[in-house]
Design a protein. Sequence first.
Length: 155
Amino acid sequence: METINAYTNVSIALFDSFISCWDEKWDTLIVRPETLINQYYDEQWLPLLQTPPFPEYTSGHSVISRAAAVTLTDLFGDNFSFTDTSEVAYGLGQRKYNSFIHASEEAAISRFYGGIHYMMAIDEGVTQGQAVGDYVVQKIQTKVRSSISDNFNKE
């Protein structure tokens, strides 16, 4: 039951944060750093990450990572440390995190270091994701309340 609850809440946070982010991207229409750098500074410059073919602002990784982190923190607590081994098979090392928020901060800033986002898209993306995550935590209830559960089990 706890697993289903976690998947449900995080899925809702991800869906809502993607909708929020993409709505902002197509409303704001800010070009990527590569476009400006190539046009005004260095025609040969390439970012470390491949530039996606859609508007820059806000950073999707920042929005969804923070929304998921807020939701997971609500479910499992702030001091939930874990090790990510998902990239070990591809020659990268393990990543250790002290909390879900810590992991979301690294996911967000990686897009800046990768050269595909401006810092404003990272900062505002984190703020946007926090707002979506807070909304999901406050408004979505998937857990059965103990009093309801207790009454159900008595009948």
